[in-house]
Ligand binder design. Structure first.
Ligand code: SF4
Length: 466
């Protein structure tokens, strides 16, 4: 989401004459687009602010203009001016469309004041009524993959999460606006669009008929109406918002890729309740069963938190059991860390760091084995691979299978942005290696394939679906 927002902010500043600089040292304006989801995000911001060239460390209205945007800006607000008086502008994630007017106002102040730091900085961290997306310029995308933000904010209030406080209430973009942006992205060369939202499958955008459409219906419309769109994905979803139509779409819409990021966070009912997730372990299992019935080829990704307040050894074992039972191709796992202002941060039963470390290690070891098994299962099989970028080595391209697995292939640069059938010839810890099929320029299956990570070419006894 922040990558998408950062691109929009760069587009907003272009008409004022700003363009990307290769270093903050050469910049007239330095913009920090911050994320608050990880611990110490604000401390990292202050440390980065201190690294801007020394002239700026002295005062506001002097040296490069400094803007702090994103969720840390939303959460910390005026406190940033107090701790970092060199900051000129603070903007929340729902008000960044106002960046040009604030930057212009700050430029005017600089022209009329001779005393650095004596004028107040500008701040806008409201949750405005007018839709931000209407005020954004048309996106410019390079390459075959693109992000498209369709939903923002969250009403779920999970006990550990700051998103509802920093991004505000759920908002869905109207259907017509999403379709128009998708068509524009495809016209610019995009073939694979990732639909984005903090809680993307809560999407309930208004169609031109006045009806509300869910995500399943939107995906069907994108697949039918956007000519040239080959691949659709979405992230991040909540188990409670996987409705029947969306589940069915996984089996019925060929452009909807067989990869789903579906965070569960814990495999223990007590912890899930403490997290205010609103679903049980068995609800999640049942949901995965339905999804796999609709799309037998589906691979899953998830999020896990180790050591949420109140998690005991038995609860941790339940999480390991759920992981073992479901089998994930990929996952993001973290130690619990308190976010000020969230209910979990005030919980009495915080877990010692040592215990969190041990539990995280066990979770990650299991997930790593599962990822390796998914990769190994691809060996010898062929997949359509969409080439996204150049590899580290001469003549190498990197693309992704429909399951979102990265593949290194020796291929002509003319294939960049195209899909081609690739046979998987070797398996690394973080990627696959393959050879083009039916291409006279390709290496033979016995040629070596360069990896960024050590090869692990053993075939596992049990191969999950890949
Ligand atoms: S559903 Fe996701 S974004 Fe919303 S509160 Fe829970 S973890 Fe945060």
């Amino acid at each position: 989401m922040n990558v998408y927002d950062s691109a929009r902010m760069a587009e907003l500043l272009a008409p004022l004459g700003y363009e990307a600089s290769d270093s903050p040292d050469n910049a007239d304006l330095v913009l920090f687009n911050t994320c608050h989801i990880r611990e110490n995000a604000s401390e990292k911001l202050y440390s980065e602010l201190g690294r801007i060239k020394p002239a700026k460390a002295e005062a506001r209205n002097h040296g490069p203009m400094v803007v702090v945007a994103g969720c840390v800006a939303q959460a910390a607000g005026e406190e940033i001016f107090r701790r970092a008086p060199q900051v000129d502008i603070i903007l929340g994630p729902q008000t960044y469309h106002r960046l040009p007017e604030l930057v212009s106002a700050s430029e005017r102040t600089r022209m009329t004041t001779s005393r650095p730091s004596k004028t107040p900085g500008m701040i806008d961290i409201a949750f405005p009524d007018e839709p931000k997306f209407d005020a954004l310029p048309a996106p410019k995308n390079e390459g075959p993959t693109a992000f498209l933000s369709i939903q923002e904010g969250c009403d779920k209030f999970c006990a550990f999460c700051v998103v509802p406080y920093t991004r505000g209430a759920e908002f869905s973009r109207p259907v017509a606006s999403v379709l128009a942006e998708a068509k524009l992205l495809v016209a610019q060369g995009a073939k694979d669009i990732m639909l984005l939202g903090q809680n993307v499958n809560a999407y309930h955008g208004e169609a031109q008929t006045g009806q509300e459409w869910g995500l399943g219906r939107l995906i069907r419309a994108l697949a039918d109406d956007v000519e040239g769109l080959e691949r659709i994905r979405y992230t991040t979803s909540h188990p409670r918002d996987m409705d029947e139509d969306l589940i069915a779409a996984h089996g019925e819409v060929p452009a909807l890729m067989p990869f789903l990021h579906l965070p569960v966070q814990s495999g223990d009912d007590g912890v899930l309740k403490a997290m205010n997730r609103g679903h049980s372990r068995d609800d999640y299992r049942l949901l995965v069963e339905k999804l796999r019935k609709a799309c037998p080829d589906l691979v899953l990704s998830s999020d896990f938190i180790a050591g949420h307040p109140g998690e005991n050894d038995r609860a941790h074992e339940n999480t390991l059991k759920l992981i073992a039972d479901i089998g994930f191709a990929q996952a993001f796992s973290f130690k619990y860390s308190p976010r000020p202002g969230t209910p979990a941060a005030a919980h009495d039963d915080q877990i010692p760091e040592e215990t969190k470390n041990k539990r995280l290690f066990e979770i990650q070891a299991l997930l790593k084995d599962q990822q390796a098994a998914h990769y190994a299962a691809c060996l010898g099989k062929s997949y359509p691979v969409l080439f996204e970028r150049k590899g580290r080595y001469e003549g190498q391209l990197i693309g992704r299978t429909p399951h979102y697995f990265p593949v290194h292939v020796s291929a002509a640069e003319s294939l960049m942005g195209q899909s081609a059938m690739v046979q998987i010839a070797s398996v690394g810890t973080a990627s696959l290696g393959g050879v083009l099929q039916h291409d006279p320029q390709s290496t033979s299956p016995t040629d070596p394939v360069h990896f960024d990570s050590p090869l692990a070419t053993e075939t596992l006894q049990e191969r999950p679906s890949c």
